[in-house]
Structure formats: structure tokens, C-alpha cells
Design a protein around this ligand. Structure first.
Ligand code: ADP
Ligand code: MG
Length: 723
């Protein structure tokens, strides 16, 4: 027999630990794998397990990812390594999109959110033999929730069962790029060894046994097929994979940079002009910045191509979540001879995806982050200072091939003083409405007592319960309501949008709300072309509806359908054809779910309001009433040029604890209602601008009276007064 395995890339560091990992997984309910980014944890470990027989007898190996783009890209890579088509033996499942073959897919990359939703149907995860919770160091909301659930799911009444106790054959592997292992280990330690000393002894014995097993397996040249013991060790095993890393020299700015996008481009060009080999990786915070940087880099590339004396040509490439698949793959292709890749990426390139050949990292030292204020109930996206731990990860990306350099676009003193040590887990800075809803649907009634890896603030939990109560998802006793609650938990939508969809049934516009909810959920419907901002604005204006962004999206989808779902038509109108198709699939999936849960008749098409858009706006108001804001006043900037229209300030309608200092909102300039002044609106999301404004996105104009009509339990006074 061939002593080495058939699949995968045997040159990666993790390959040397293959037998040890297999041994630990066989004997321990939980195994924690810590390893440097790029060592092969995500792509290789599932293949080891597959080869060792963990995906036999109809079982599947799940690998969760916090980001959908990582799930899809990595699945494609592993399918290629295993020589199969994506969607056959290796597949992926992300919200509203999957590539799977029932009964055939054995390794499944999925977002942690999708696995959580699967748990609603199958709490014991019976189709899986192994769950790999990848990128645990990121501590995303869904990862933390999944870890809590994997450890324990409370069954009916007071009976508490452990998923792993009920499924002694189930294995959990947690993989992390940083040494948070001790914390995870203690969290999962449900074994009998109770004192730290006993645990150390147990761990040492396990490590020794693993080493002995590995040595035995090497000498015999074979792989023992797994025969999971009935009750594996409860004490988690920890294994550290030594990676290949080279030293990285860190450089700082001498003066602060007023515009980090520009500074990043200048730094990249300066490196390029040194004329030493090696690719460049720039970290920025989001799509807009990346596109701006790519635009500038392309200008420089053209200019430099004309001047002689440089041996390499600049090859700028973007990498962010909304990028079409083919373009995402482009960054992984090896750099053509005579070129130097400059990849401008979001923090997706921090640990999720590894790019080979990078020698220089340029780090803006910021990151786009969710943040939540339980006092106001406002969750927003904010560009925040990076943590030092993340900055270290980013710098590490330069040392994969040989000694590298990292240029941080801030001063050293500021780095030391202003950057937090570690990133606060998402659980502690998010709106928890969706999470609490899911926990309740899983039968966990007392969410305050749930065992968290890092407990969220109590106010945030209370706030979530209040919001769920307002949405009539839970009753006075904080129990899930039969009609709304269970249905809402089953829909893969934000609770507000889900509630709007449920409301649309009686308002006679379900057909429209299905499309609208799908369009609002798929991101990046617009595909701005480089340097064609004006043309994009003109294209948007063609579909713009006075009712707001929701109806505008509906117009877009209707027009695309009327034009035969043509890709060329989409491109001409700066629309992302891929996203439109995804919306179509999302729509079908939502309709299927409504039917399955008896919320729509099986045999009839959903009720439609045809051309009259008022029911659609009412449905949105019925779901998003917690996000209602009224126009307050127009503020003028004394320094603005004459004729400046000023800023139209809105304030939240519902009660906020900061009533005496009401938060000011305004409509984001991506909204079709940007320049208009509706008296009352509901919004889908809020983003915080760098000068502190809360900017509403996905805005729809509504009548204040509707709020009183649709949510009388919240709004009972004239709606211009905060309740
Ligand atoms: P880890 O999970 O430990 O960070 P991975 O398993 O993701 O490591 O990656 C291992 C190696 O596989 C890396 O060197 C990376 O460059 C390579 N790799 C991963 N995905 C792709 C891809 N889509 N195309 C080419 N190489 C890839
Ligand atoms: Mg990985």
C-alpha cells in the first residue's frame, strides 16, 4: 500500500501532523488545532479525515467558515485538489447559494450561520461525523454561538443534554490561527479530570499516546481506519502545527497619513520602484476603498509602463466579498512572469485566504466592524482601529515565502497607544435579536443562562428580548409564539425583513416582498465600473422609485426579468448579473420555506399587488417599525458654498434611552431618497460615517399613521412624539 495519501498538498506543514491529528480526533470528542495561517488546516484536515474513512456510511464532514467567500473559494480549491467537480464529493453551502449533491457530498464547506440553521431541523447534526469549526480565533457571532451549542443544547423542559453526549460518535475540531487554545480547551472540558493538575496529566498522557501511535503508524506504513471508541475522552486535545514563517520587518510612518487609501497606493508604488521581486498585499476596509485604490494603481501602472528601467509591470487586483467568483480566483493564480501582483484586499486576506508570493504587506490599520449600542438599539458598521493581534496576523502574511516587510500606515507611538490589544468578540458588539430568536427556536428558553464563550452584555440580551416582543415573536413569558416566532426563525432573513415578509401575506403583496427581501439580502446588486460613477448614478436613476430603495430594487428585478434575465442587459445597466441570479434563487428558497411551514398555500401563486406599491411599503413598515425615523430639521454648514442643500436630519421614532440627546440620522448617499425629505422613513441598515453620522441604508418612505396602525403596541401617540 502507498503509505502516503492520495489527495491534497503533502508539502504543507500540517501534513507532517496527519497521523497525530487522526489519532487525536479518533480518541477525543474535541480536538483543537492551532496553526499559522497557510499551514493547511482548512484545505488539508478535511481531506485527511475523508481518506481515513470519516465520511463513510453516508456521513459528511462539515467545515464552517465565518465568511461566505472563504467557504466557496476554499471548496473550489479542495475539489480541484481532490480531482472532482465542485458540488460532487466536495461542496459548499452559504446563505441562498450552494453547490451540493444530496447523498454524494462528503466534505461540505459552509458558513457557521448555515450550520446553525440546519440545527433547527436537526439539532443533533445527525448527517455529520465531524464538525470542523474553522477560524475560531475570529470569534464571529455565529462561531461563538455554534461553539456554545455544540457543547450543550438544552432539550425540552429542564433536561439538559450534550450534543456530544447524545452523539458519542460526533467529533468536533476547532481550528484557530492564534493561541486562544487554553480558553477553548477549558470551555469544552466536560471530562472527569477536574483540577488543572489532573487536566495537565491527562493532556500529557494523550500527547504521549498520540506520538506513540504516530510512530507505530509510520513504521507499519499504514493508516488505521477509525473505529471511534464509544465514549471518547472528554478532555479536548490540543495540537499545535508549526508553520513555515520568515521574519517580517515592520515599518511605521513618520507623520500621520490624512488619507490611508492614497498613502497605501503611494507606498505600493514606492516599493515597486525599488525594483525588488515579490508581490504586495494591501489591507483596506471595504469595497469602495479597494476600488479607489485599484483605480489609482492602474493609473500608476500605465504611467510606469511607459517609463523604462523597471523590470516588472504592476498588476493591480482587488479581493473582497462582493467580487464575482472568477475575479476572486484571479488573485490565487501565480503571478505571470514580468509582473508584480498588488492585491488590495479586505481583512478576508488576514487569515481566511492565503496568497502565495506576498513579500510586502501594507496595512491601513483599520477594519470595518459591527458595533452596537444597547442603549439606542442601533447596530452599525464602523471603520474602527485594528487590534494589535490582527495587525500581527496581517504582518505575518509577508513572511510566507521569505523574509518580508510590513508597512503600517500610522506612527509607531499611535500604534502602541491607540490600537486595542485584541478584537472584542462580535458577540459583545452586535444586535442579538437574530441570535436570541434562533436559540429560542432551538428550545433554549433562558438565554441569560446560556453558556457563552464570552457572555454578551446583559443589556444587549434584554434589548433583544424587548425587540422580539415588539415583533410579536415572543409572548409575555418570553416564549416563542407559534405563528410568528417559529416561522421567523426558519427564514434565513434578518428578523425585521422576515417580519415584513410574513406581514405581506395579509397585505396582498407577498409576491413582491419575496423578491424585495431576496434583493435586499443579496449584497452588491450594483456593479460599479472603474471610473464610471456618473454612469452608475444615471443607471440607478432609471429604476429609482419615489417610495424608496426597496421598491427601486423591485423595479430592477422586474426589468431584468422583462429583459429575459440577460447578462448583457445587466452589464449595460451596471448590475451584477451574478447577484441578480442569486436573488432569484433566494426568492425561490424563501417561497419554498413559506410553503413548507404552511404559511403560503401550496397550489396558488403568492398574492400580488401588481402596480400598486403602497401595500409593499406598508409591509416594510410592519417589519421594520423599530427602524422608523422622522424628519427633524435641515442643518446648514456655515462653511458650505452658497446653494448647499444642507443635511436633512432624522431622528428615531421609538423610544431610546438617549432621548435627551437624540441620535441624529441621515439618509446615506447610496439611497434613492438621498436628496428628498420624506416626513417618515423606515430603514434596513445603518452605517456610521467617519464624522459620526448614522447613515440609513435601504430606506423606504412610509406614512406615520401606518406605524400606529401596524404596531399599536409600540406607537400609540401621534408618531411625531417619541413614545
Ligand atoms: P490554513 O487554513 O492553515 O490557513 P489553508 O488550508 O487555507 O491554510 O491553505 C493552505 C495552502 O493552500 C496555502 O498555502 C494557500 O496558498 C493554498 N490555497 C488555498 N486556497 C487556494 C486557492 N484557491 N488557490 C490556490 N492556492 C490555495
Ligand atoms: Mg484556514
Amino acid at each position: 500500500m502507498n503509505p502516503t495519501y492520495r489527495y491534497g498538498d503533502s508539502s504543507l506543514p500540517v501534513s507532517r501532523y496527519r497521523r497525530q491529528i487522526l489519532y487525536l480526533v479518533e480518541n477525543h470528542a474535541t480536538t483543537i488545532i492551532v496553526g499559522e495561517t497557510g499551514s493547511g488546516k482548512t484545505t488539508q484536515v478535511p481531506q485527511f479525515l475523508f481518506e481515513a474513512g470519516w465520511a463513510e456510511n453516508g456521513f459528511c464532514i462539515a467545515v464552517t467558515q465565518p465568511r461566505r467567500v472563504a467557504a466557496t473559494t476554499i471548496a473550489a480549491r479542495v475539489a480541484e485538489e481532490m480531482g472532482c467537480d465542485l458540488g460532487t464529493t466536495v461542496g459548499y453551502a452559504v446563505r441562498f447559494d450552494n453547490a451540493l449533491t444530496a447523498g454524494r457530498t462528503r466534505i461540505k464547506y459552509l458558513t457557521d450561520g448555515v450550520l446553525l440553521r440546519e440545527m433547527l431541523d436537526d439539532p443533533l447534526l445527525t448527517s455529520y461525523s465531524v464538525i470542523i469549526v474553522d477560524e475560531a480565533h475570529e470569534r464571529s457571532l455565529s462561531t461563538d454561538m455554534l461553539l456554545g451549542l455544540l457543547k450543550k443544547v438544552s432539550g425540552e423542559g429542564m433536561l439538559h443534554v450534550f450534543v456530544q453526549r447524545r452523539r458519542p460518535d460526533l467529533r468536533v475540531i476547532i481550528s484557530s490561527a492564534t493561541l486562544e487554545a487554553t480558553k477553548l480547551k477549558d470551555f469544552f472540558d466536560t471530562g472527569t479530570a477536574t483540577t488543572a493538575a489532573q487536566r495537565r496529566v491527562a493532556a500529557a498522557a494523550a500527547a504521549a499516546a498520540a506520538a506513540a501511535a504516530a510512530a507505530a503508524a509510520t513504521s507499519s506504513g499504514g493508516t488505521a481506519a477509525p473505529s471511534p471508541p464509544r465514549d471518547p475522552h472528554r478532555t479536548p486535545a490540543v495540537i499545535t502545527v508549526e508553520g513555515r514563517t520568515h521574519p517580517v520587518q515592520v515599518h511605521y510612518l513618520e507623520h500621520p497619513a490624512p488619507d490611508y487609501t492614497r498613502a497605501a497606493v503611494e507606498a505600493a508604488v514606492a516599493i515597486h520602484c525599488e525594483d525588488l521581486p515579490g508581490d504586495i498585499l494591501i489591507f483596506l476596509t471595504g469595497q469602495e476603498e479597494i476600488q479607489a485604490a485599484i483605480g489609482l494603481l492602474e493609473e500608476h501602472a500605465r504611467r510606469l509602463a511607459g517609463s523604462r528601467g523597471y523590470s516588472l509591470k504592476l498588476m493591480p487586483l482587488p479581493l473582497y466579498a462582493g467580487l464575482p467568483g472568477a475575479q476572486q480566483q484571479a488573485v490565487f493564480r501565480s503571478t505571470p512572469r514580468g509582473y508584480r501582483k498588488v492585491v488590495a484586499a479586505t481583512n478576508i486576506a488576514e487569515t481566511s485566504l492565503t496568497l502565495e508570493g506576498v513579500v510586502y504587506v501594507i496595512d491601513c490599520c483599520f477594519v470595518k466592524q459591527r458595533c452596537y449600542n444597547p442603549l439606542t438599539g442601533l447596530e452599525s458598521l464602523l471603520i474602527a482601529p485594528l487590534s494589535k493581534a490582527s495587525a500581527a496576523q496581517r504582518a505575518g502574511r509577508a513572511g510566507r515565502m521569505r523574509a518580508g516587510h510590513c508597512f503600517r500606515l500610522c506612527m509607531e507611538a499611535d500604534f502602541a497607544a491607540k490600537l486595542p490589544e485584541v478584537t472584542v468578540p462580535e458577540m459583545q458588539r452586535s444586535n442579538l435579536v437574530g441570535m436570541v430568536l434562533q436559540l429560542k427556536a432551538l428550545g433554549i428558553d433562558n438565554v441569560l443562562k446560556f453558556e457563552w464563550l464570552a457572555p454578551p452584555p446583559a443589556e444587549a440580551l434584554v434589548r433583544a428580548l424587548e425587540e422580539l416582543h415588539a415583533l410579536k415573536v415572543i409572548d409575555e413569558d418570553a416564549r416563542l409564539t407559534r405563528d410568528v416566532g417559529l416561522a421567523l426563525a426558519a427564514l434565513p432573513l434578518e428578523p425585521g425583513l422576515g417580519a415584513a415578509l410574513l406581514a405581506s401575506r395579509s397585505l396582498g403583496c407577498c409576491e413582491e416582498m419575496l423578491t424585495l427581501a431576496a434583493m435586499m439580502s443579496v449584497q452588491h446588486v450594483w456593479a460599479p465600473a472603474q471610473g464610471a460613477i456618473r454612469a452608475l448614478e444615471e443607471a440607478k436613476a432609471k429604476f429609482a422609485a419615489a417610495e424608496g430603495d426597496g421598491v427601486t430594487l423591485l423595479n430592477v428585478h422586474r426589468a431584468w426579468r422583462a429583459n429575459g434575465r440577460s447578462a448583457a442587459w445587466a452589464q449595460r445597466h451596471f448590475l451584477n448579473h451574478h447577484a441578480l441570479f442569486r436573488a432569484d434563487e433566494a426568492r425561490d428558497q424563501l417561497q419554498g420555506l413559506l410553503r413548507r411551514h404552511g404559511l403560503l398555500p401550496q397550489d396558488k401563486p403568492p398574492p400580488s399587488c401588481e402596480r400598486d406599491m403602497e401595500p409593499v411599503c406598508r409591509a416594510l413598515a410592519a417589519g421594520l417599525f423599530m427602524n422608523a425615523a422622522v424628519f427633524d430639521r435641515t442643518e446648514y454648514n456655515p462653511l458650505a458654498p452658497e446653494g448647499d442643500p444642507g443635511t436633512h436630519v432624522f431622528r428615531l421614532v421609538r423610544y431610546t434611552a438617549q432621548r435627551t440627546h437624540p441620535i441624529k440620522l441621515r439618509i446615506h448617499n447610496s439611497s434613492v431618497l438621498w436628496r428628498s425629505i420624506p416626513s417618515c422613513v423606515v430603514y434596513n441598515t445603518v452605517q456610521q460615517s467617519d464624522n459620526g453620522w448614522y447613515e440609513m441604508q435601504g430606506v423606504t418612505a412610509v406614512q406615520p399613521d401606518w406605524l400606529i396602525e401596524l404596531a399599536p403596541h409600540i406607537f400609540h401617540k401621534p408618531s411625531h412624539t417619541a413614545v
